[in-house]
Design a protein around this ligand. Structure first.
Ligand code: F0G
Length: 473
């Protein structure tokens, strides 16, 4: 077991800085009330350490910033597209590379190409934007992840694995002809950044292919997944991250990528495919929804930054330090008795909200309440992953309450230092110690139709605060 204070020096030094500021408790109370108790609606300048997401919030390297100047902004056939295409082909191994403005742009295209009303998609847990596009196109999602993924305390090393028995049961129930594809993620964000093993993914692909079902991989954090494979999966310890990344993609039929995560960029994405007929159809739709098939909603400079970012993402020092920073925060919280999802994932630490605030019912959005309390304490912003994120069942209109209800603290890559991470740990530990003072949950005052966690507004279920008088000091 690594010791709690283990924290490798960052393999970079700081060349450019961006000021952040501390605020007072009174200031934050006003800001959060104005934001409808939803940290997502705060202005970022009112946030001290922003762990809302690791998506598009990465610090680019000097080499990426220089690559921006090489951006070819030609409308058609830009040189930067070919640089980008070559990088995706060589690191991920997909022949056809179709640019999109970010991950959900790719999800839209892939879902429209393949899903017909009444069809069924199976996958290792849902992700809100992926699920939304599948459901908009008329599919029903079936979660076939291993049971351990739903248990915050389970130390299973690959909680992103598919339960092959569950997958066989779905295939038998709905029939393979009604399954346009499998939607597999590496890592699984909604389980807390948990990896899938190469062995499991390979078996999943074998079973799917034997039934004529293609498999598409969500590669947003596949490099982080590769790091866990190197550390945890027998037979992979001596292989490079780049080799493992290729091995993860190899058995799949394609991928949808948000380059805002692993690839260290601030915007961008791609669809990677092997089938040329499907690639033609996807390019047709990209023209309608994203932009020409040689830029897909990105500027030429974005494609240059992503190409350079992909190469940096598989650097062993980079990925080791990245995951070590996440683990350091997790170890500090765990040592102080804060209930977190185990084992630690690749991009975030997830505080189990139902274990922290068992007295706040899930109908009062326990994790949203915890997110508000953590912001009020020291200006740290995380995001709810629970009932609010899961939305309503499209058929019954009822709120969905997935087994996990947590506050996600996602760490941007190469942005914060150890001192910032200690500030976060101290604050979350303080809120946990004073959790009994949080007496009210939250209710919607405005509920949007789609991806409601982004724009929803709330009010305390009683009075004007979630705290008993006096609040958290
Ligand atoms: N897939 C996964 C696993 C994601 O985590 C995300 C985004 C997407 C797809 C969609 O990509 O944002 O580029 O359109 N996740 C962000 C997050 C928003 O905070 O977890 P996008």
């Amino acid at each position: 077991m690594p010791d709690m204070t283990e924290y490798p020096p960052e393999p970079w030094r700081i060349k450019m800085v961006e000021p952040i500021r501390a605020t007072t408790r009174e200031y934050r109370e006003r800001a959060l009330r104005d934001a409808g108790w939803n940290p997502c609606l705060l202005r970022s300048e009112d946030v001290r350490v922003d762990l809302f997401t690791d998506s598009g919030t990465n610090a680019m390297s000097d080499r990426q910033w220089s690559a921006l100047l090489r951006g070819d902004e030609a409308y058609a056939g830009a040189r930067s597209f070919y640089v980008f295409e070559q990088a995706v082909r060589s690191y991920y191994g997909y022949e056809h590379v179709i640019p999109v403005h970010q991950g959900r742009g790719g999800e839209n295209i892939l879902s429209r190409c393949l899903i017909r009303p009444g069809t069924h998609i199976a996958g290792n847990m849902y992700f809100p934007s992926t699920l939304a596009h599948q459901e908009l196109n008329g599919a029903t999602f079936h979660d076939v992840i291993v049971d351990e993924a739903q248990d915050p305390a389970s130390e299973h090393p690959f909680k992103g694995n598919v339960d092959l028995g569950k997958l066989r049961a779905v295939i038998a129930e709905v029939g393979p002809a009604a399954m346009p594809y499998l939607s597999i993620a590496a890592t699984v964000n909604m389980a807390g950044g948990q990896p899938i093993s190469v062995a499991n993914l390979t078996e999943v692909c074998e079973l799917a292919h034997a039934n004529g079902i293609p498999v598409f991989l969500d590669t947003a954090r596949a490099v982080e997944n590769a790091w866990f494979v190197q550390r945890r999966e027998p037979g992979w310890a001596d292989r490079s991250i780049a080799e493992i990344l290729r091995a993860l993609c190899a058995p799949t039929d394609g991928a949808v990528m948000s380059a805002k995560k692993d690839s260290l960029a601030n915007i961008g994405g791609w669809i990677g495919l092997r089938d040329s007929g499907l690639a033609e159809r996807a390019r047709d739709l990209v023209l309608l929804f994203e932009g020409l098939h040689t830029y897909g909603g990105m500027a030429g400079r974005d494609m240059e930054a992503i190409a350079q970012g992909i190469a940096e993402s598989v650097d062993e020092d980079h990925i080791g330090a990245r995951v070590a920073q996440v683990e350091y925060l997790g170890r500090r919280l765990h040592a102080a008795g804060v209930p977190i999802i185990r084992p630690l994932g690749g991009h975030c630490v997830c505080v189990d909200a139902t274990a922290t605030l068992p007295h706040i019912p899930r109908t009062e959005f326990t994790a949203q309440t915890l997110a508000a309390a953590v912001y009020l304490d020291a200006g740290i912003r995380g995001v709810e992953r629970g009932g609010v994120s899961a939305g309503r069942d499209p058929e019954t209109g009822e709120n969905r309450f997935p087994p996990l209800e947590f506050l996600r603290l996602a760490i941007p890559r190469r942005v914060y230092t150890r001192a910032h991470i200690d500030l976060v740990a101290d604050s979350v530990i303080r809120v946990h110690r004073q959790r009994d003072r949080i007496v009210n949950g939250l209710a919607f005052s405005y509920e949007p139709d789609h991806l409601r966690f982004f724009q929803a507004r709330f009010k305390p279920t009683q009075g004007t605060s979630i705290f008993a008088e006096g609040g958290v000091e």
